[in-house]
Ligand binder design. Structure first.
Ligand code: GCV
Length: 713
């Protein structure tokens, strides 16, 4: 009998270890594995009562009904009244006296989207999840479930949490034909053709996953926009998605094509100062809001990379943004106007162009406009200094745009955990108002007292079963939500939470894998772009190394433009003797980078053209340090593989194998990066590889001959 039980137990464990494909993200609700904790949770959660019946509360109840019996492996009665319920949830208004012990100040702090979770003892001991709004309660429910999934104590709770940013968005670069620009996880999750009639279960699960991390908006279509998105047929499709997302507190937004009045409206111009154009947008907005009463607003890429914009008519970005803002204002919609611009003449350091176009417009934008700025001045490179616009436009709300899809980071094949890098940017000091004027304070609005604040992540989501292609890509999506809720969150804490919910709470798994995740960004920077190298990837698709490439139609699309290697040295001189891009930062901020001698090695080649023989902080010459960094990047990936091998027994077979295969490719590609880049740069340095650096596997000509006509892009 004992043997039979053991066998059944073993089979049970094996079944659960096999049945994972990553679809459930951080909402797995696995049975609590720790027996004592399970008992404690069971004692605390005997019955639930959700007061109220609004859509957000209905989905909150559904989530509790799905999660609790699974987590506790026990039936949890849903009661029609608070009496007998040990877990109650509802807005303050709906709970009435049940929430009387929750301090008024707590609810004040919670604001419109935040929540409170308190353990109260009268009239009975119970956990109360409350908020000022239904969606606040929903966020509170997801927080409570996170506590359970991460094995946190819940006996005596007094949690108050409110988002620090108002707009917490995913930007999908999804096209209407279902391809995704820079998307590496299959096709778009939006099946436009079958919408609005067919509602894929994925839409609902997408909304659940996002609500669980506090995302409250989604831009459905690519910033390289198609005017068709604004047509009646597509608005009906968008409305169907909005209906699915609404109960989860998620609004839909669209990327607007600036020339839509011409393409969709048959007008002769899209000039923002033309009354006919202004009226067209007003009418269009009236139509949009008739389909989607809570439509969020527009994201706009204008006069950049061939997209139309107000400059086509001699107008400014402010003219364009304000025209849309005026049309959106009656409905409380917003405009997110992107600062990722660089014009047709590439004779100017591309680093400087956004600042030069936008800084003079500070103070000219309407109240419902934010300028959305990429984290760095070039384009989502593995590491970038913070964008000089942060700290330079005090009168304009600036939103942060991070990229989750790994355009320049090995696509969805490489494991790279990004919050450490996001932290680096958010913690950077702009010195806009003296020491402590961090980028985080610029974007959360506290530095200048802006009520409009936000963060967007370019989504890494596709229709792959596991959503993001790489199982660990989910961590970056998760982190975006958590950091948009609180841009002060530490990356270590986020990794911990994510691992516990997504894989296992076993410390033998969590600790080494967390360490691996935290080291992964530096590892990737080392094998791709050490010491401040940037934009040396393959032309157009950005796959693999191509530092030699010099055939692009624009100078600043060529890797050689960015690294500037020659016999004397390597790097882009952005000091006053070069492009003086450094002059765009406040004097205190630029001080850290302006002198070759004390510039941190990580940023060296971003700002200086450095002799190959220059001695770095490590005591090595630039050339030797470069070799060493490339090699340590490769070793870092080998270390990741070793770590993974040591923990696979804690992981289901499917994901264990997927990650292992991907890490093996990452190792091959890291070696490819090292060998190709060192072979090429050696033609300039003329120096030998130092001891310990293996000779490249192939000749430089071989690396230069590789082409990837079908690399996703
Ligand atoms: C959506 C980079 C990418 C483009 C992208 C652009 C942008 O240039 O390579 O694919 O276009 O950034 O952010 O607008």
């Amino acid at each position: 009998m004992r043997k039979l039980c053991l066998l059944l137990l073993l089979l049970g464990c094996m079944a659960s270890l096999h049945a994972e494909d990553g679809y459930r993200l951080w909402l797995r609700y696995e049975r609590i594995s720790d027996a004592a904790l399970l008992q404690a949770y069971r004692n605390s959660i005997a019955g639930i009562y959700v007061a109220g019946n609004s859509p957000a509360l209905q989905v909150a109840l559904q989530e509790l009904q799905q999660a609790l019996p699974a987590l506790l492996d026990k039936k949890i009665p849903v009661l029609q009244q608070a009496q007998g319920a040990s877990l109650v949830a509802g807005t303050l208004q709906e709970l009435g006296t049940i929430a009387k012990d929750i301090p008024a100040s707590a609810l004040q702090q919670a604001g419109t989207e935040g929540f409170c979770i308190f353990t109260v003892s009268a009239p009975a001991k119970r956990t109360v999840i409350t908020a000022n709004t239904p969606v606040g309660v929903l966020y509170g429910v997801f927080h409570f479930l996170r506590l359970l999934q991460t094995h946190e104590p819940i006996r005596q709770l007094s949690v108050i949490s409110a988002p620090r940013l108002r707009y917490r968005l995913l930007d999908h670069w999804d096209n209407l034909n279902r391809t995704v620009e820079r998307g590496y996880a299959g096709f778009s999750i939006w099946d436009w053709h079958k919408l609005p009639g067919y509602i894929d279960q994925r839409y609902k699960d997408y909304a659940r996953a996002n609500a669980a991390i506090g995302i409250n908006g989604t831009v459905l279509n690519n910033v390289n926009a198609n005017a068709l998105s604004l047509s009646k047929a597509y608005l009906e499709k968008t409305a169907a998605l909005a209906n699915v997302f609404r109960p989860y507190g998620i609004r839909v937004y669209l990327s607007a094509r600036f020339s839509a009045p011409m393409e969709a409206g048959g007008l002769k111009t899209a000039d923002p100062l033309d009354p006919g154009v202004q009226q067209w947008w007003k009418d269009k907005l009236k139509e949009i809001y008739s389909y989607i009463p809570d439509f969020g607003g527009f994201l706009v890429k204008a006069n950049s990379e061939g997209q139309p914009g107000p400059q086509n008519y001699g107008r400014t970005h402010a003219d364009g943004a304000n025209m849309l803002a005026d049309a959106l204002a009656p409905y409380k919609g917003i405009v997110m106007w992107r600062a990722f611009v660089y014009d047709a003449k590439a004779d100017q350091d591309r680093f400087k162009q956004a600042y030069e176009e936008f800084k003079p417009l500070d103070g000219q934008f309407r109240e419902n406009v934010a300028v959305q700025v990429k984290n760095g001045p070039i384009d989502f490179q593995p590491r970038e200094p913070f964008h000089p616009l942060f700290g330079a436009m005090p009168q304009t709300p600036l939103m942060m745009e991070f990229q989750l899809t790994q355009e320049y980071l090995g696509f969805a094949t490489h494991l790279v955990y990004l919050p450490g890098f996001f932290r680096e940017v958010l913690d950077a000091d702009t010195y806009e108002k003296g020491r402590g004027s961090t980028v985080a304070k610029v974007i959360d609005g506290t530095l200048e007292g802006h009520a409009f604040s936000g963060m967007a992540g370019v989504a890494n989501i596709g229709n792959d079963r596991n959503w993001t292609g790489h199982p660990f890509g989910q961590a970056n999506w998760y982190a975006l939500g958590r950091m948009a809720w609180d841009p002060r969150l530490r990356s270590e804490k986020i990794a911990d939470e994510w691992l516990r919910q997504t894989f296992s709470n076993d410390p033998h798994f969590v600790n080494p894998v967390k360490k691996m995740m935290l080291a992964s960004h530096e590892t990737l920077v080392n094998y791709m772009t050490p010491l401040g190298l940037h934009h040396i990837m393959g032309y157009s698709h950005h796959y693999g190394p191509a530092p030699w490439y010099d055939k692009a139609p624009r100078a600043d699309w060529n890797p050689v433009y960015f690294h500037r290697a020659d016999r004397n040295g390597i790097g882009f001189d952005r000091t006053p003797s070069g492009s003086n891009a450094l002059g765009q930062y406040t004097p205190e901020a630029r001080r850290q980078w302006e002198n070759l001698r004390d510039c941190p090695d990580e940023f060296l080649l971003w700002f200086h053209h450095v002799p190959w023989t220059h001695t770095l902080h490590s005591g090595r010459t630039l050339w030797n340090e470069m070799c060493y960094r490339y090699q340590s990047g490769v070793q870092g990936v080998q270390q990741m593989l070793n770590t993974w091998d040591s923990v696979v027994r804690y992981v289901d077979e499917e994901r264990a194998e997927q990650v292992k295969m991907l890490l093996n490719i990452q190792l091959q590609e890291a070696s490819w990066w090292r060998d190709a880049c060192l072979s090429y740069f050696q033609t300039f340095s003329g120096m030998p590889l130092p001891p310990g650096i293996p000779a490249p596997a192939h000749t430089l000509e071989y690396y230069q001959s590789l082409t990837f006509p079908y690399a996703p892009h």
